[in-house]
Ligand binder design. Structure first.
Ligand code: IPM
Ligand code: MN
Length: 358
């Protein structure tokens, strides 16, 4: 089988970490006799520099015609510090999600044992943590209109909008995933304040009878933020709206010992995207020090979810786990020990894959 992968490395550390994921996929190709065909395209600040557009049409065409998208990171501090910038790199990511109809972002959290002591949480709170956050990705306050400023500039507004259809498809996905796991679904909202949240709750309650085997609980987002650090084991599948999911998954990611470890998959109508949940880490760009593991693990999710290559994906995950056990890690995880470079970690993973089987 041959698989077409669109490679959108993006900005900052994007190119360096994506290069390691490609090396790892190549090692898988060689070992298991698969063909992966890569085509690169621009997105984010690097696309603005060339085309004046953070998600050029040709990038969209490529994504539409690929079997999966491997994505690095976008963002450039130049834009963060300029609130009046007309185009922003992040608009590229948002446009891509929207145009590809990727309404669900899957963010699994399953900390590696060898990293538990690096978490800011006590080890006993972490053992056995295994949860999946499903973040709605193409609605809510990120996309609701109107958005903007009053004429005198003294008032600014964003609008949070959800249709029943948007809510139903994502909450259903939550029920489906819970059914394949430990059969518990936590619906996170702010139904005591927000109308959109009340719609979420109403729809989830309407769906409950269709999934009698699933235990459902409803939780306000502020409480959820607290429970993620006080009792993370209680979660199996969590489903929530776009912005709550953005915030809660950054919080959840540090539990695993490093933000540099968490992969994600964005799925929906057209081609799925696989991307680390961290940002473009501009301070590290070009220095060969960033942790490539979140991107490598995103590539494993791609092998698994987009191509159905379960064994291959499991071998990639095992390689990452073993590299951590061997303390062959980048500086974010080095803790006084020797820190290895981004590409050295990539090489280590490639060698492991060459020399080991499940
Ligand atoms: C993420 C990022 C993006 C988001 C930004 C870069 C627009 O933080 O993927 O979590 O907020 O969705
Ligand atoms: Mn985020």
């Amino acid at each position: 089988m041959s698989y077409k992968i669109a490679v959108l490395a993006g900005d900052g550390i994007g190119p360096e970490i994506v290069a390691q994921a490609r090396k790892v996929i190549d090692a898988i190709a060689e070992k298991f006799d698969h063909q992966f065909e890569y085509t690169e395209a621009l997105i984010g600040a690097s696309a603005i520099n060339v085309h004046g557009n953070p998600y050029p049409d040709e990038t969209h065409e490529l994504c539409m015609n690929s079997d999966a998208v491997l994505f690095g990171a976008i963002g450039d501090p130049k834009y963060d510090n300029d609130p009046n910038a007309k185009v922003r790199p992040e608009q590229g990511l948002l446009a891509m999600r929207q145009k590809l109809g990727l309404y669900a972002n899957l963010r699994p959290l399953e900390p590696f044992k060898a990293l538990l002591h690096k978490s800011p949480l006590k080890t006993e709170l972490l053992e056995g943590v295994d949860f999946l956050c499903i973040r709605e990705l193409t609605g809510g306050i990120y996309f609701g209109r109107p958005q903007g400023r009053s004429e005198d500039g003294q008032t600014a507004y964003d609008t949070c909008v959800y249709t029943a259809e948007e809510v139903e498809r994502i909450v259903r996905l939550g029920f489906e995933f819970a059914g394949k796991r430990r059969k518990k679904l936590t619906v996170v909202d702010k139904a005591n304040v927000l109308a959109t949240s009340r719609l979420w709750r109403e729809i989830a309650q309407k769906l409950e009878p269709e999934y009698p085997q699933i235990e459902v609980e409803y939780m306000f987002v502020d409480n959820a933020a607290m429970q993620i650090i006080t009792w993370p084991k209680r979660f199996d599948v969590m489903v929530t709206e776009n912005m709550f999911g953005d915030i809660l998954t950054d919080e959840a990611s540090v539990i695993s010992g490093s933000l540099g470890m968490l992969p994600s998959a964005s799925i929906g109508i057209h081609t799925s995207i696989f991307e680390p949940i961290h940002g473009s880490y501009p301070q590290a760009a070009g220095k060969n020090i960033a942790n490539p593991c979140a991107t490598v693990l995103s590539a494993a999710m791609m092998l698994d979810h987009a191509f159905g290559l379960k064994m291959e994906a499991a071998l990639v995950r095992l390689a990452v786990e073993k590299s951590i056990e061997a303390n062959f890690v980048t500086e974010d995880l080095a803790e006084g020990g020797k820190a290895f470079s981004t590409s050295e970690v990539g090489d280590w993973l490639v060698n492991f894959i060459k020399e080991n089987s499940l």
